[in-house]
Design a protein around this ligand. Structure first.
Ligand code: HEM
Length: 455
């Protein structure tokens, strides 16, 4: 039976509540998938005083393809992205596309869409290829690297240059540090709350000064980076962006774009390094695709790598960088047999949907072939694979991220052999607003030799 209620819905206070959430940040996807199997696609969570969050709101989890379709498509006007994401981002950043509601969101998305279409990817790929080659050039010398830290440097450099034209170097390193400080919001050397707030405001002011200077520069001299396109965007129907709005869009594009791509590319490389059978097949496919281009990672070569694409999808399914998407409920609704009042906070769990055995066979197993014909598990059920969200508000950076991750894998696997270090403790993602790896991800790097491939 559909989760959209056929019989009269039960009152909200009869909805089951889950309470044992101690290990939640480490076990969230499997924990919520298990609960959904017994309780159904919607349940409450006891998160604070009397079960409510810091704002006094009940939190409901929604899990599964039907919940995805309901929240992201059929009933999306019942949910606010602003009331969901803005508190999650903690007030550190200006508002942007991610945390703005319609009708304002529709205006902004229309202005931004052109910079993210497939047609523009040919501009960004050479930047990605250069940064990836430059940033990975000393890995063999270092013998062992923290792949999570390395992919962060790559994705931030790529985002900074594609967005604002800033080239890898001291200025981008500084921008990354400012950003990271704001996202972490933790400082070693503060003693009082006033110190803390002053530090945070100082970092934010420095970041804004740097970005506002870039905006002014682009207004004087538009170039073909994303900011250059956003500065020029606007027509009779859609007013152009103001400086403040552009600042918000840059904040949010950097937040949404780099942390997610960092985690997904690191997991992809780790999973390949830990599964030599799949790696050998990815290598064979890649060698054939790159032979046709003389070794250059082109958009056509990327398109030809179907197994790599399925492997990227599998890394995203297992370690979804955005574990839950938050929403504020703005209109009462009925779902899964229950009535939910406006004012509730809803967390649509993408990561838990990816671990439901009725949707994905053996969901905790790494198995990229689940996406290949004839299985195509993601196509059997609409809204099953939602790593990048879905519906009209699907991630605007989906093409950008997928090309960057595949370009990174192609370059790295072509030149290096990666192996887990024997003393690396088992890796567990930590689910905050995005999936993080606080302890890093150590991998050994050696040059890839023909002999290594043959074995
Ligand atoms: C592996 C990488 C990425 C993942 C897994 C990812 C995931 C997501 C998800 C799940 C959403 C939907 C959020 C919701 O429904 O509330 C989203 C939205 C968004 N993403 Fe991404 N993202 C990635 C990369 C990027 C990149 C590279 C950019 C930009 C350069 C970007 C910019 C955005 C923006 C601006 C939105 C809001 C779109 C809107 O509401 O219209 N993301 N992303």
């Amino acid at each position: 039976m559909s989760a959209e209620t056929q019989t009269p819905a039960r009152p909200f206070d009869e909805m089951p509540i889950i309470t044992r959430l101690e290990d939640y940040p480490y076990t969230m996807p499997t924990l919520l998938a298990r609960e959904a199997q017994t309780l159904g696609p919607i349940f409450r969570a006891e998160v604070g005083e009397q079960g409510r969050d810091a704002f006094g709101r009940w939190v409901v989890f929604m899990v599964g393809p039907e919940a995805n379709r309901f929240v992201m498509h059929s009933h999306r006007d019942h949910f606010s992205h602003d009331l969901g994401w803005t508190p999650t981002l903690g007030g550190m950043f200006e508002k942007g596309l991610l945390n703005t509601d319609d009708p304002e969101h529709a205006r902004q998305r229309k202005l931004m869409n052109p910079a993210f279409t497939s047609a523009y990817m040919s501009r960004y790929l050479p930047i990605m290829n250069r940064v990836i080659a430059q940033r990975s050039s000393d890995w063999v010398e270092r013998d062992e690297v923290d792949m999570y830290a390395e992919t962060r440097k790559i994705t931030f450099d790529v985002a900074a240059e594609c967005l604002t034209g800033l080239r890898t170097g001291a200025e981008v390193d500084h921008l990354r540090e400012l950003f990271f400080k704001l996202m972490q919001s933790s400082f070693d050397d503060v003693e009082t709350m006033a110190d803390y707030v002053a530090k945070l405001m100082g970092v934010r002011a420095e970041l804004d000064e740097l970005l506002l200077a870039k905006i002014a520069e682009r207004r004087r001299m538009p170039t073909d980076d994303i900011l250059g396109m956003l500065v020029k965007a606007g027509d009779e129907q859609s007013a152009p962006f103001t400086d403040r709005e552009l600042l918000g869009q840059l904040h949010i594009l950097l937040v949404a774009g780099h942390e997610t791509t960092t985690s997904m590319s690191a997991w992809l490389l780790y999973l390949l390094a830990s599964h030599p059978d799949i790696l050998a097949r990815v290598h064979a496919e890649m060698d054939e695709a790159l032979a046709a281009t003389g070794g250059e990672v082109t958009l056509d070569a990327i398109k030809a790598m179907h197994l790599l694409s399925n492997t990227v999808d599998e890394a995203g399914r297992l370690y979804s960088p955005v574990g839950n998407v938050p929403r504020g409920v703005v209109k009462d609704f009925e779902f899964g047999g229950y009535h939910v009042p406006a004012g509730t906070r809803a967390l649509l769990s993408l990561a838990a949907c990816h671990r439901l055995p009725e949707v994905f066979a053996n969901p905790d197993t790494f198995d990229p072939d689940r996406f290949a014909p004839p299985r195509e598990e993601d196509k059997r059920t609409p809204y099953a694979l939602v790593t990048f969200g879905g519906g009209p508000r699907i991630c605007i950076g989906i093409n950008f991220a997928q090309i960057e991750i595949k370009a990174m894998a192609a370059h790295i696997l072509r030149h290096y052999t990666l192996a887990p270090t024997p003393d690396q403790p088992p890796l567990q993602a930590y689910y905050g607003p995005t999936a993080e790896l606080p302890g890093g991800m150590r991998l050994r790097v050696t040059p890839r030799s023909a002999q290594a491939d043959a074995s």
